[in-house]
Design a protein around this ligand. Structure first.
Ligand code: NDP
Length: 323
């Protein structure tokens, strides 16, 4: 038996319940894992609220680190005792232990401890595809990054600076501003300022090469207005709600802009792609160019409180649950 968080109706954090579940033996291609740390992500709140609908009842959580306890038939790359981490669907990571597909697991290098791994797999791979695939950052670019003191934000800011970009971060409090500046942001715009006007001021009127916008509804237009001609709008989250429908003419009127609405799983949907992305992420973390900041730790049983704090903008950096 293991403890797991489940929910059987969508709603606020109170729908999350701690229950006992049977784990069983690993089937073909599976391993049985004992979790050591579990990542909390904003997407978990979309699953819980129903913004991203799931069949119910459902587990929740997409990333964790742990130890392989047993391997099923046909699993040759892993054995009992291996230290691993993963990003995996369907959501089921908020638990003490589970069965998981071996093809989703990545063996951890000695230089990356379990808490760091649980804090960075989903957020770090997101930062990787944002900066290396959605809009490939060039040295000398100015880029706009929302929630710059958040989980994805702190990682992306450091990584973008390492790639030679000037990062303009958007945050909501002076404490978050200081943290974002200490982790890669050259300039800060406060969330209640005129973001487009301030971005133009900071870039000598030109605008930024890319806007990495995870806030969604409230900031979409400001992000378009902050771009240089041919700039790339990467709208990748809905912290304030989903973006409203818009006319493509909005892009023509602002200098032939590009818009993309990416999602992580499309960039790691082959084993080769996953391992290449992890190799790049592990290299910048082990090399010290990107430090992973675990700023909140909760017991697994307190997952609902973790959601409350994340949604109320009370967190910074990464949040993990401890089994
Ligand atoms: P964060 O740690 O960044 O937490 C969310 C932050 O968003 C808050 O701290 C807050 O920062 C900011 N925010 C702005 N407006 C609001 C609002 N109305 N309500 C709540 N928060 C707000 O979370 P994550 O690092 O887990 O995720 C960051 C974003 O990236 C999320 O929107 C998430 O959905 C998205 N994402 C998308 C992925 C994809 O592949 N498409 C993958 C991973 C994440 P501040 O107070 O400084 O404004």
């Amino acid at each position: 038996m293991t403890k797991a968080i489940r929910f059987s109706s969508c709603g606020g954090p109170e729908v999350l319940e701690l229950v006992d579940v049977e784990v069983g033996a690993p089937a073909e291609g599976q391993v049985r894992l004992r979790h050591t740390a579990i990542g909390v992500n904003f997407i978990d709140t979309y699953h819980r609220s129903g913004l991203y609908p799931l069949p119910l009842p459902s587990g929740i959580g997409l990333e964790a680190a742990g130890i392989v306890e047993a391997v099923g038939p046909g699993v040759s790359e892993l054995s009992a005792g291996d230290r691993v981490a993963y990003v995996s669907r369907p959501p089921a990571a908020y638990c003490d232990g589970r069965l998981a597909p071996a093809e989703h697991l990545v063996r951890l290098p000695d230089g990356i401890d379990d808490e760091t791994a649980a804090a960075m797999m989903l957020k770090g791979l997101t930062a990787w595809y944002l900066l290396r695939r959605s809009y490939r950052v060039q040295a000398g670019d100015s880029v706009l990054l929302y929630a710059a003191a958040g989980g994805v934000g702190l990682i992306a800011a450091q990584w973008a600076r390492h790639l030679g970009a000037r990062v303009i971060g958007v945050v909501s409090t002076p404490e978050k501003a200081a943290l974002a500046k200490a982790h890669g942001c050259a300039d800060i715009i406060m969330a209640d300022e005129d973001i487009a006007a301030r971005t133009r001021e900071l870039t000598g009127g030109e605008g930024v090469a890319a806007a990495y916008d995870s806030v969604g509804r409230d900031t979409f237009k400001a992000s378009l207005d902050a771009l240089r001609p041919h700039g790339v709008m990467v709208t990748f989250g809905n912290a304030s709600g989903p973006v409203e429908p818009f006319s493509p003419l909005e892009l023509a009127g602002r200098g032939s802009l590009y818009v993309t609405r990416p999602t992580l799983f499309d960039f790691i949907n082959t084993r080769k792609g996953l391992l290449e992305a992890c190799a790049e992420l592990f290299a910048v973390v082990e090399g010290g160019q990107v430090s992973i900041e675990v700023k909140q730790r909760y017991a697994l049983a307190d997952a609902a409180q973790a959601h409350r704090d994340l949604e109320a903008r009370r967190t910074t950096g990464s949040t993990i649950l401890l089994p």
